[in-house]
Design a protein around this ligand. Structure first.
Ligand code: NAD
Ligand code: APR
Length: 240
């Protein structure tokens, strides 16, 4: 089956790739829903990954993201991230990378134009105003930092539960899905929408790369049972 999918990669002029937390598992970043090691097995997402939770206890949520940032700063992109970046650099404009991940590892591996549907944990923004707050002075240090004039808080620049996705990124992701000849769906359980829905609107063939069954397997033309760091180099490297 992998040879079949590799041939689809060779033949496809436009490829969309949708990645999830499993893409970074071999870099040492925990996934969300793994029963033993997943983040949501140890923390209650409703207590941490919502605006309501942040407003109720800003220091707790800020500290949790600071802990994740520190962990992510210590890890490196794996060979799966590198294979995607190298392919995109060798074939400019042919591959559109859409990720649900907030760890920035695709960007650090050198992938261009990453559509980060859920934001980037390494960045933060104002809670109550979208861009600038009361001027140019830096926020006062704190957990979280805050505006010295109006007290507005900084928050992680990630998409929380019940929040809208970044409109332009999502529109570009939908367009890539609708125009591709092939979509590779890598390391996602496919349980969270609207990201997972992109795999159901793909114009072309859909190949899933995952060591476990997913909620999207029924929409796939091929399911490759394996990890991102094993399968992506096999599919994308050693090209003429
Ligand atoms: P959800 O089921 O509430 O829907 C996701 C959001 O996308 C909702 O605001 C919904 O209105 C919007 N949406 C739904 N369909 C859409 C479409 N077709 N076009 C544009 N927007 C659409 O999802 P959720 O489980 O509450 O989570 C919200 C988002 O935040 C999800 O994408 C989730 O993955 C993300 N999230 C990120 C983290 C993180 O740490 N990065 C944690 C939790 C959730
Ligand atoms: N290679 C490929 N896939 C892997 C690997 C690996 N090495 N290790 C685990 N996986 C798979 C698991 O089998 C699972 O299907 O990665 C998937 C991880 O699923 P989730 O933990 O649900 O993560 P994800 O699908 O990215 O979650 C979607 O939900 O909480 C929100 O915003 C959060 O972006 C996240 C979204």
């Amino acid at each position: 089956m992998i040879d079949q999918v590799r041939q689809w990669v060779v033949d496809a002029r436009r490829i969309a790739v949708l990645t999830g937390a499993g893409m970074s598992a071999e870099s040492g970043v925990p996934t969300f829903r793994d029963a033993q090691t997943g983040l949501w097995a140890r923390f209650d997402p409703q207590q941490l990954a919502t605006e309501e939770a942040f407003r109720a206890n800003p220091a707790l949520v800020w500290d949790w993201y600071a802990m994740r940032r520190a962990m992510i700063a210590e890890v490196a992109p794996n060979v799966g991230h590198v294979a995607l970046a190298a392919f995109a650099q060798r074939h400019p404009g042919r591959l559109t990378l859409i990720t649900q991940n907030v760890d920035g590892l695709h960007q650090r591996a050198g992938s261009p134009g990453v559509l980060a549907l859920h934001g980037n944990i390494m960045e933060d923004r104002w809670l109550d105003v979208p861009r600038t707050c009361c001027g140019t002075q830096a926020p006062l240090p704190g957990r979280p930092p805050k505006c010295g004039v109006c007290g507005n808080l900084r928050r992680p620049a990630v998409v929380w539960f019940c929040e809208m996705l970044p409109e332009q990124a999502f529109e570009e992701a939908e367009r890539a899905a609708r125009e591709c000849e092939l979509m590779l769906v890598v390391g996602t359980s496919g349980v969270v929408y609207p990201a997972a829905g992109l795999a159901r609107m793909a114009r072309g063939r859909v190949a899933i790369l995952n060591p476990e069954p997913t909620e999207l397997d029924d929409a796939a033309d091929a399911v490759l049972s394996g990890t991102a760091a094993t399968l992506l180099p096999q599919l994308l490297e050693n090209w003429p």
